[in-house]
Design a protein around this ligand. Structure first.
Ligand SMILES: *[C@@H]1O[C@H](CO)[C@@H](O)[C@H](O)[C@H]1NC(C)=O
Ligand SMILES: *[C@@H]1O[C@H](CO)[C@@H](O)[C@H](O)[C@H]1NC(C)=O
Ligand SMILES: *[C@@H]1O[C@H](CO)[C@@H](O)[C@H](O)[C@H]1NC(C)=O
Ligand SMILES: *[C@@H]1O[C@H](CO)[C@@H](O)[C@H](O)[C@H]1NC(C)=O
Ligand SMILES: *[C@@H]1O[C@H](CO)[C@@H](O)[C@H](O)[C@H]1NC(C)=O
Length: 657
C-alpha cells in the first residue's frame, strides 16, 4: 500500500469515527437492540423525579448507576407540568430536563414514558383533572377534546425532549407511547395511531417507540400496534417462558423486553404493607437475564407522593403518601439488602462500576414537637376561601368551583326537625371521597366513598349542616379514571333531597404558605349547639388546624438531616412543613405511620413551622399534644393493632378492614 493510500485510508477511518452517527435500533434478525451498531441489552430501573426532591435526584441516580444499571426508566406526569390549560411548569422539582441531563451526565441511558396517560399510582394516572371540565369527555380515546389537549401538551413537551434523544447526542434510547393501553376498555386503535404519528412528527422517524402491556395475549390485542415495538410487564414468580411467549404473539422477532419487573408492590390505606421477598426478585431476574432479555426494575426507588399526588384504585382505595414500594432503594433513598442482591446479580452479566455506592443519608430524630390549636376550618373560612362562597340548588363538584385538589366545604340547613336520629345519606355513593359532617358546629360523623354512605344525625329545622369533603386522590387505573370530586350526587336527609347549598372552595395551601393562619385571633363563628346525649360519645371533633415550631440545635454537625414524622394518637389529616405540603397522614387506618421529611425542607437558621390539619380529632384536649420526629420509618403497622385504638371511629362497622 502506497503511503498516499494509507493516509487516505486513515482519513476515511477517522471520518467514519467522527461522523459515525449515534444510533439506537431494533435488530429483528438477531432479536436484540443495537446501539451504535453493537448488540445491546439494558438492565434498567424506574425512578420518578416527581416523587423525589430535586436536591436528591443526583444521589438516587448515582446509587442506581453504582448498582450496575445502564439505564433508567421514567414517566412524565402531564398534570405535574400543566396545572391549568396552557400554563406550563418546568422549574424546581418539576425541571424534568435537568433530571434527564443529570442521568446523562452520570452515564445512564433513559427509557422515557411521557404518557399522555401513565397510571403510576399518580393522581388520575397523570392526566390533568381539568380535562374533566368537559364532563362527558372520553379519556384515552379519539374524543376530539381529549386529542386537542394531548396535541397541545405534546406539542410543548416533545420538542423539549428531542435534543435529548440518543440520536441527537442525549441519553433517551426509547420512548413509550401511552401505558398499558390493552388494559383499558376503549381499545381505540385510531387513538394509538394518532399518538404514534404525533410522537413521530415531533421526534422524527429514527426513535424507537414502544408499548407496554400485561404479559397476556388479551392485553396485547388492544395495546400493541404497528409502528410501536410491543413489550410486556410481569413480576417475580411469573413463568418467564410463558410471559415472553405473550410478547412473541405481538412481536415474533426483536428483543425480549420486560418493561416493568416488579421489585415490590404498591400499598393502599387500610391494607397490609406490600413486601416482595428479595429471593423471588433475584430468581426471576436471573431467569430473564439468562434469556438475554432486557429488563426494567419497577421501581428501583419509589419515593413519596407529596402533597395530594397519590392516586387510587377502584373500588375506591387510595394509595398512601409513601411510595416506598419495597424497592431496592427505600423511599428515603437508603440502600437495602435487595439493592445489594440485585447488584450481585447484575455483576454476573455486565461489568459494574468499581467502588461502593453512595451511603444512605443519615437520619435524625428531632424528637417531639408540641402542637397548639390554631382554628377550626369553619372559623377561618374568610381566610381560607379566597373566592368566597358560591350558591347552588344542588351540590356542585370541585371543578365547578375551579378547584382540583384538597378540600371543599358544602353548607346548608336542615329542612326539618330531626329530633330522632335521621339518615344523612349519599344514595348514589357520591361523596368523593370522604366527608366530615357537623351539625351546628358539632361533629356528627364521616361519610366515605364505597365504605360509609349513610350516617345518622339529629338537629332542628334550620340547623347548620357542614359537609367538608376531602379529595383523597383520583383513580389512576381502569375505566373510572373520570374521577370527579366533591359531592358528585345529592345528599338526602331521610327521604328528602337536600338543596340550597353554599360551597366554599378552600385555598388551604396558599393560606398556609402565605402565613395567613398565624397571628390571627379566630373567633368562633359557628353557633354551638349543646351536644345531645346520643351523640356525645360517638363523634370525633371538627376539622382543625394545629401548629408548632421547632429549632434545630447549633453545634450538632451535619444538620439538618433527613427525618420522619409520626402522629401518636392523631387520626387523619394533612401536614405542611415550612409551607411545603408533605402529604396525608392516617395512622388510624395504616399501614403507613411515618412520613418522610427530606432535610431540604428544614432550616437551621430560623424556627421551623409545622402546620397540621387534623380532620377527625387531635389528641390535644384537654392536655398538650405532640407530633414526633423519629429516625426510623414505619410503613408496615399491623392494621389490627390500629383498630384497637380507633375507639370512636364513627362508621367502624362499615369499614372494610
Ligand atoms: C411455563 O410456561 C411454559 C409455556 O407456556 C410451559 O410449557 C411450562 O410448563 C411452564 N412452566 C411451569 C413451571 O409452569
Ligand atoms: C340510624 O338509626 C336507625 C334507627 O334510628 C338504625 O336502625 C340505623 O342502624 C342507624 N344507622 C346508622 C348508620 O347508624
Ligand atoms: C339532585 O336532585 C335533583 C332533583 O331530583 C336533580 O335534578 C339533580 O340533577 C340532582 N343533582 C345531582 C348532582 O345528582
Ligand atoms: C416559620 O414562620 C416564621 C413566622 O412566620 C418565619 O419567620 C420563619 O421564616 C418560618 N420558618 C421557615 C423555615 O420558613
Ligand atoms: C415492620 O418492618 C420492620 C422492619 O423490616 C420489622 O422489624 C417489623 O417486624 C415489621 N412489623 C410488622 C408489624 O410487620
Amino acid at each position: 500500500m502506497a503511503f498516499r493510500d494509507a493516509a487516505l485510508l486513515l482519513l476515511v477511518t477517522l471520518q467514519t469515527v467522527v461522523a459515525s452517527p449515534r444510533t439506537f435500533e431494533i435488530d429483528y434478525k438477531n432479536d436484540c437492540f443495537r446501539k451504535d451498531g453493537t448488540e445491546f441489552q439494558y438492565i434498567s430501573g424506574s425512578i420518578h423525579y416527581n416523587r423525589i426532591p430535586r436536591v436528591y435526584w443526583k444521589d438516587r441516580l448515582l446509587k442506581m448507576y453504582m448498582a450496575g444499571l445502564n439505564a433508567i426508566q421514567m414517566y412524565i406526569p402531564w398534570n405535574f407540568h400543566e396545572p391549568h390549560p396552557g400554563q406550563y411548569v418546568f422549574s424546581g422539582d418539576r425541571d424534568v430536563m435537568h433530571f434527564i441531563q443529570l442521568a446523562h451526565d452520570i452515564g445512564l441511558l433513559v427509557i422515557l414514558r411521557p404518557g399522555p396517560y401513565i397510571c403510576g399510582e399518580w393522581d388520575m394516572g397523570g392526566l390533568p383533572a381539568w380535562l374533566l371540565n368537559k364532563k362527558d369527555i372520553v379519556l384515552r380515546t379519539s374524543d376530539p377534546d381529549y386529542i386537542n389537549a394531548v396535541d397541545k401538551w405534546m406539542g410543548k413537551l416533545l420538542p423539549m425532549i428531542k435534543p435529548f434523544l440518543y440520536q441527537n447526542g442525549g441519553p433517551i434510547i426509547t420512548v413509550q407511547v401511552e401505558n398499558e393501553y390493552g388494559s383499558y376498555f376503549a381499545c381505540d386503535y385510531s387513538y394509538l395511531r394518532h399518538l404514534v404519528s404525533l410522537f413521530r412528527s415531533h421526534l422524527g422517524q429514527d426513535v424507537v417507540l414502544f408499548s407496554t402491556d400485561g404479559a397476556g395475549v388479551s392485553y396485547l390485542k388492544c395495546g400493541s400496534l404497528q409502528g410501536m415495538y410491543a413489550t410486556v410487564d410481569f413480576g417475580p414468580g411469573s413463568n418467564v417462558t410463558a410471559a415472553f411467549a405473550a410478547q412473541r404473539y405481538a412481536e415474533p422477532h426483536g428483543p425480549l423486553v420486560n418493561s416493568e419487573f416488579y421489585t415490590g408492590w404498591l400499598d393502599h390505606w387500610g391494607e397490609q404493607h406490600s413486601r416482595v421477598p428479595t429471593s423471588a426478585v433475584v430468581k426471576t431476574l436471573v431467569d430473564m437475564l439468562n434469556m438475554g432479555a432486557n429488563v426494567n426494575l419497577y421501581m428501583f426507588i419509589g419515593g413519596t407522593n407529596f402533597g395530594y399526588w397519590n392516586g387510587a384504585n377502584g373500588p375506591y382505595a387510595p394509595q398512601p403518601t409513601s411510595y416506598d414500594y419495597d424497592a431496592p432503594l427505600t423511599e428515603a433513598g437508603d440502600l437495602t439488602d435487595k439493592y445489594f442482591a440485585i447488584r450481585d446479580v447484575i455483576k454476573m452479566y455486565r461489568k459494574i462500576p468499581e467502588g461502593p455506592p453512595p451511603p444512605s443519608t443519615p437520619k435524625y430524630a428531632y424528637g417531639p414537637v408540641t402542637m397548639k390549636k390554631l382554628t377550626t376550618v369553619y372559623d377561618a373560612l374568610d381566610i381560607l376561601s379566597f373566592s368566597g362562597p358560591v350558591k347552588s340548588v344542588y351540590p356542585i363538584s370541585f371543578l365547578d368551583l375551579n378547584q382540583q385538589f384538597g378540600f371543599i366545604l358544602y353548607r346548608t340547613t336542615l329542612p326539618v326537625d330531626c329530633s330522632k336520629p335521621t339518615a344523612l345519606s349519599s344514595p348514589l355513593n357520591g361523596v368523593h371521597d370522604r366527608a366530615y359532617v357537623s351539625v351546628d358546629g358539632i361533629a356528627a360523623g364521616i361519610l366515605e366513598r364505597d365504605k360509609a354512605i349513610s350516617l345518622n344525625i339529629t338537629g332542628k329545622a334550620g340547623s347548620q349542616l357542614d359537609v367538608l369533603v376531602e379529595n383523597m386522590g383520583r383513580i389512576n387505573y381502569g375505566k373510572d379514571i373520570n374521577d370527579f370530586k366533591g359531592l358528585v350526587s345529592n345528599l338526602t336527609l331521610g327521604a328528602k333531597v337536600l338543596s340550597i347549598w353554599t360551597s366554599y372552595s378552600l385555598s388551604i395551601d396558599e393560606a398556609i404558605s402565605q402565613g395567613l393562619l398565624h397571628g390571627r385571633d379566630f373567633k368562633r363563628r359557628v353557633p354551638i349547639r349543646r351536644p345531645s346525649r346520643l351523640l356525645q360519645h360517638s363523634v370525633s371533633s371538627l376539622p382543625t388546624f394545629y401548629s408548632g415550631t421547632f429549632s434545630i440545635a447549633d453545634g450538632i454537625p451535619d444538620l439538618p438531616q433527613d427525618t420522619y414524622i409520626q402522629f401518636p394518637n392523631w387520626k387523619k389529616g394533612q401536614i405542611w412543613i415550612n409551607g411545603f405540603n408533605l402529604g396525608r397522614y392516617w395512622p388510624d387506618r395504616g399501614p403507613q405511620i411515618t412520613l418522610f421529611v427530606p432535610a431540604s425542607l428544614l432550616s437551621t437558621a430560623v424556627l421551623n413551622n409545622i402546620t397540621v390539619l387534623e380532620l377527625e380529632g387531635a389528641p390535644c384536649a384537654p392536655g398538650p399534644c405532640t407530633v414526633e420526629f423519629t429516625a426510623i420509618p414505619v410503613l408496615n403497622a399491623t392494621l389490627a393493632s390500629l383498630r384497637d385504638h380507633s375507639t370512636h371511629q364513627f362508621h367502624k362497622g362499615d369499614l372494610l378492614y
